[in-house]
Design a protein around this ligand. Structure first.
Ligand code: MIG
Length: 845
């Protein structure tokens, strides 16, 4: 069965591009793997025993009753050890809203020092006070935000908020399971479950059974699991109160979210220790703030990375790249980045160029830069087995590749044929790897794209579980830590890029991920398909990614595998314009998919929406800054903002983008209207300015995706530019919508790290509407306060203010107390005026 979305003819076209050696090595790999499994899987003398999954069913061994509660002495001061027959459960107060739970077996001597790549090494955890109560039946730990109880017999845990509201109740206890562990909790009636990284399902994951095991499905149908990411973090809503659970274990694990038993959540790790974080709310943003304090937040991206990206597997040779760049500018399709897929390399050798097709990379890249483009190149993990090739020779000589237990490096086929795989869990390898980017940066590349880092191995799925990793000096088998391979590759790349370009923000894209990946890279959703189902799926996938700490993400706009068409591309470009990462990408052998590929009216529609993306950049940049500050996703489910409104819990065919906008993408062919649910409060149609609320039917002609603005918002827009190099704009447009609310605008130079030294500016807008807003139009008054902090000068001279949808044309508009010159557009019901550096705007009758 070919992977989803490919026609046999398309697959054939791709396979035809494979070098003979790739086909040969791939066909040979099952044999090699058999040899490895049988002859190389035993450790050399002194090696640690190879872990194999036990045969037959593995049974849960519950922890047993709690018989003692230990504090002080050898137990760290923020911990409480609960001793049971089969092991010890440690509860650790990490912060007032964050409790870590660890389990060790009876007979093991003490807890191992905590080690996890998911955790942000920069996070500081000053001790927080807590109360401990050890009564005959139950141990209670109480912080200012959470209460955690452990009933002793049988051992059962529960979590409450400070007000005593139940957040999470035990299901069937916790304990060990073969070489791994298990843990359960009860799911309440109607409780939705979100997060878990990149899962090809609807938003609400309740009822699913999911696996944590990073895999390359070679394009996936909706519902395929697992795929590229494993982020074992979930957030749920219990009576409108949010809490999170993070199961930190990099091995294979299974999560049953009410699939087998509707009221039971169970987590089973095949290997390794149980380490669970209980994270309090009360809101989803609070849970995410704590979770991203723990696992880190995304670095602020450069402005250009938020622009439009054009990609294709592959634009090659150089003439094709030049033609693409010329075409984008000639057709006036704004674009900031062109991506170079695997065919820019010499025989798929990473960190090289195919000089027959790209004879002078610095010249080409300079040519792109002159036209305002940035260039992003793909970098896979596999290093071709090829004596004489520098990365190969050096990596091999220094022992940098993942090893079989007998000490020899593992070989597996990917694009170039057999490859060795750098052991990114070794700090020396990471340092070496980071340095390999130097010539690519010097040639002029501006960003990078780490692919195939599950890692994917042709005809072998991934590396065998018995491979030996350095694991930062601790030693580990691949099977126990598989899910961090891609994370560590991204880390090695990002750290290298930061060292090489200490004052530039160099974006990195990753396909595979584990918790904490947001510190290093943004993520795209891999090999989706050019189908309507995938357009819709991209929304729920990105919403759950955002709820897993990965705020900067996006699907391939237009779809990767299979053939796109004009209508699908138009609708997908509309959606892409309002997703965090906006890249049109498609597979080799498929129909061309550039914005003009399907002629008119599609080209004009795509252009208009890409232009809108550029107009929205000040707003989008602010949303990215929020994510970098607090972990709040850029793209948000309605449930995040309206947690007590149960109608939002499973709603994923519409979403919030930033603080002010609600997007309702069109996900079906031929559809020209759709139902939209506008939760509590007033909203305005972004296109007509019309006020609306509740359940509505929105018109959605082909050129228009319904978008709504929350009442009381100020949406900052820039004029259309062809690329972000045309910054700063001469003026900033402020679109103001009546109501009460607060909006923010974050600004800095958009590319350097000067903002970390205070070179930034934050503007707060507070809108107040008094008097009857809609019923009786007379006597209203709209006031907007603007306060600015920070010394950065954004470089534009004035604001173009648009007052939308006022109850009636205002008799007077005052800027800082002085009457302003206004014009009124009756058709759009918009008052326009210009202002310099203002602090108070009043409009009213
Ligand atoms: O086996 O580099 O997900 O975006 O175009 C396919 C070629 C390898 C998979 C990536 C896709 C990329 C493609 N890659």
């Amino acid at each position: 069965m070919p992977p989803q979305g490919w026609s046999p003819a398309q697959l054939f076209k791709i396979v035809r591009t494979f070098p003979v050696r790739t086909i040969f090595d791939s066909l040979l790999h099952p044999l090699r793997r058999w040899y490895y499994d049988n002859w190389c899987a035993t450790p050399a003398a002194g090696g640690r025993p190879v872990l194999r999954r036990p045969f037959g069913p593995v049974a849960n061994e519950p922890l047993g009753d709690i018989v003692a509660c230990h504090t002080g002495g050898l137990v760290p001061s923020n911990c409480v050890d609960l001793v049971a027959a089969n092991g010890v459960l440690r509860l650790e107060v990490v912060a007032a809203g964050l409790i870590r739970l660890r389990l060790r077996r009876a007979g093991s001597d003490g807890f191992m020092p905590l080690f996890s790549y998911a955790l942000d090494p920069g996070a500081e955890w000053p001790p927080v006070p807590f109360d401990l109560d050890d009564s005959p039946q139950v141990v209670t730990i109480r912080t200012t935000e959470l209460v955690c109880t452990a009933v002793k017999s049988p051992c059962r845990l529960a979590l409450y908020d400070a007000a005593g509201r139940l957040l999470s109740d035990d299901g069937a206890g916790l304990g060990f399971r073969g070489p791994g562990a298990f843990c359960t909790r009860r799911l309440a009636e109607g409780e939705p479950v979100y997060g878990l990284g990149e899962k090809a399902f609807d938003l609400n994951l309740r009822g699913r059974s999911l696996e944590m095991w990073n895999s390359d499905p070679g394009s996936y149908p909706p519902g395929r699991d697992p795929i590229y990411h494993s982020i074992p973090f979930l957030v749920s809503l219990h009576d409108g109160q949010a809490h999170g659970l993070f199961f930190d274990n990099p091995g294979r694990a299974h999560l049953d979210l009410g699939h087998t038993r509707p009221d039971l959540l169970s987590y089973e790790a095949d290997t390794g220790e149980l380490c669970v974080y209980l994270i309090g709310g009360p809101g989803i943003p609070d849970v995410l703030e704590s979770y991203t304090r723990l696992t880190g937040r995304m670095p602020l991206p450069p402005r250009w990375a938020l622009g439009y990206h054009q990609s294709r597997w592959s634009y090659s040779p150089e003439a094709e790249v030049r033609a693409l760049a010329a075409e984008l500018r000639r057709r006036r399709i704004p674009c900031d980045a062109i991506h170079l897929d695997i065919d820019h390399m010499d025989g798929f050798r990473i960190f090289t160029w195919d000089l027959s097709r790209f004879p002078d990379p610095p010249r080409l890249l300079a040519h792109l830069h002159e036209q305002g483009f940035h260039a992003v190149a793909i970098v896979d993990p596999g290093v071709k087995v090829d004596p004489g090739y520098a990365a190969h020779d050096e990596g091999l000589a220094r022992g940098f590749f993942c090893k079989l237990p007998n000490g020899r490096p593992f070989r597996g086929p990917v694009w170039p044929g057999d490859c060795y795989f750098p052991d990114f869990t070794d700090p020396a390898v990471r340092a070496w790897w980071g340095e390999l980017y130097r010539p690519l940066l010097e040639a002029g590349l501006d960003g990078f794209w780490n692919d195939m880092n599950e890692p994917a191995v042709f005809l072998g799925q991934t590396m065998p579980p018995y491979l030996v990793h350095d694991y930062d000096g601790r030693g580990a088998c691949h099977g126990d830590i598989h899910n961090v391979y891609g994370l560590q590759m991204a880390r090695a790349s990002a750290e290298g890029l930061r060292r090489l370009r200490p004052n530039e923000r160099v974006p990195l894209i990753t396909r595979s991920a584990y918790a904490g990946v947001q510190r290093h890279a943004l993520a795209w959703t891999g090999d989706n398909c050019s189908t309507w189902a995938h357009l819709r799926l991209g929304v729920s996938m990105c919403l759950n990614l955002g709820l897993s700490g990965v705020a900067f993400c996006g699907p391939d706009t237009g779809g990767f595998a299979g053939d796109c068409d004009g209508e699908l591309l138009a609708r997908w470009t509309q959606l892409g314009a309002l997703t965090p990462f906006f890249r049109n990408h498609s597979a080799a052998g498929t129909r061309p998919q550039e914005p003009w590929a399907f002629g008119e009216p599609y080209e004009s529609i795509c252009r208009r929406w890409i232009e809108l993306r550029y107009e929205l950049l000040p707003y989008i940049y602010t949303a990215a800054w929020q994510a970098a500050q607090t972990g709040l996703p850029m793209m948000r489910p309605l449930a995040l903002a309206f947690p007590t409104d149960r109608r939002t819990y499973s709603l994923d065919d519409q979403f919030l983008f930033g603080d002010a906008l609600l997007a309702a993408p069109v996900g079906y062919p031929g559809q020209t209207r759709r139902r939209v649910y506008l939760p509590a409060g007033a909203w305005y149609n972004f296109w007509s300015g019309e006020a609306c609320s509740g359940d509505i039917e929105a018109g959605a002609p082909l050129e228009r995706m319904p978008v709504f603005v929350r009442a009381g918002s100020v949406v900052p827009l820039a004029p259309v530019v062809q690329h972000t190099g045309e910054w700063p704009p001469p003026a900033l447009h402020l679109h103001i919508y009546p109501g009460d609310g607060e909006s923010r605008l974050y600004e800095d130079d958009g590319h350097s790290l000067a903002y970390q030294a205070g070179e930034s500016r934050l503007t707060r807008f507070t809108c107040e509407l008094s008097g009857p807003a809609s019923r009786r139009p007379s006597g209203f008054k709209m006031t907007v306060h603007r306060t600015v902090s920070g010394s950065f000068d954004p470089g534009y001279s004035h604001f173009d203010i648009h007052l939308h949808a006022l109850p009636e044309p205002p008799r007077q508009v005052l800027i800082d107390g002085r009457p302003a010159d206004t014009t009124f557009d009756a058709e759009q019901n918009t008052v326009r005026l210009a202002a310099g550096d203002w602090t108070r705007l009043e409009a009213g009758n």
